[in-house]
Ligand binder design. Structure first.
Ligand SMILES: CC(C)(COP(=O)(O)OP(=O)(O)OC[C@H]1O[C@@H](n2cnc3c(N)ncnc32)[C@H](O)[C@@H]1OP(=O)(O)O)[C@@H](O)C(=O)NCCC(=O)NCCS
Length: 172
């Protein structure tokens, strides 16, 4: 059985390192190294991760391997990207990040984290949003399996580079 645990502030450094490694592994070749470095420096600094874990409005959950290493994490919180007027509501939360180690893909780690995230969202809102890179077909297929659907475009900045993202919605 896959155990999902709530992150503690002491996990912030490890989550930050895992997040940056995972982002680089997934998307690193797309960007100019300078843009990537600028983005990573501001994306999940340990102090922000720690503050989010300690806060009332964000939560991070983890799955670990046998040696205690992180196999994946999910970060949930308030919506923090610009929704178009027809989607704007106070009754929504956002799945901010879901990253799973290469060796743990296809093993159920992402499923366990997603089920935890959807339950988290259901306790707080009736809509769950996320943004996903247009070319990230694996993630999009994974999200659609839960009933997420594409509702529009969103821009995602990596240094000076602007990516075309989609934003997805799940009615809870
Ligand atoms: C996105 C992620 C969490 C999904 O977890 P996972 O364990 O890989 O999920 P699955 O193995 O079930 O794959 C999801 C779907 O993509 C398909 N898939 C597998 N490899 C693929 C590939 N290279 N290209 C496109 N689709 C692919 C799977 O067959 C599955 O499709 P199905 O639902 O029709 O069966 C995980 O791949 C991940 O951490 N990716 C890197 C980080 C990332 O992109 N995070 C999301 C940012 S928005």
């Amino acid at each position: 059985m896959t155990i999902v645990e709530l992150a503690k502030t002491g996990d912030a450094e490890a989550i930050a390192a895992f997040a940056n490694g995972s982002f680089t592994h997934t998307f690193g070749t797309i960007y100019d190294p300078e843009d990537l470095a600028t983005f990573l420096a501001g994306w999940n600094p340990p102090e922000r991760v720690s503050a989010q874990i300690a806060s009332d409005d964000h939560d991070i959950a983890l799955v670990r391997g046998g040696a205690g290493e992180i196999l994946g994490y999910i970060k949930m919180g308030p919506v923090d990207f610009d929704l178009p007027d027809d989607q704007r509501t106070d009754d929504a939360v956002e799945l901010h990040q879901l990253y799973v180690a290469e060796a743990a893909k296809g093993t159920g780690v992402a499923v366990a984290l997603m089920e935890w995230g959807i339950a988290w969202a259901r306790e707080r809102a009736s809509i769950l949003y996320l943004t996903v890179f247009t070319e990230n077909h694996r993630a999009q297929a994974f999200y659609r399996r839960y009933g997420f659907y594409d509702v529009g475009r969103n821009q995602f900045r990596v240094g000076n580079h602007i990516d075309e993202d989609r934003f997805f919605r799940l009615d809870l």
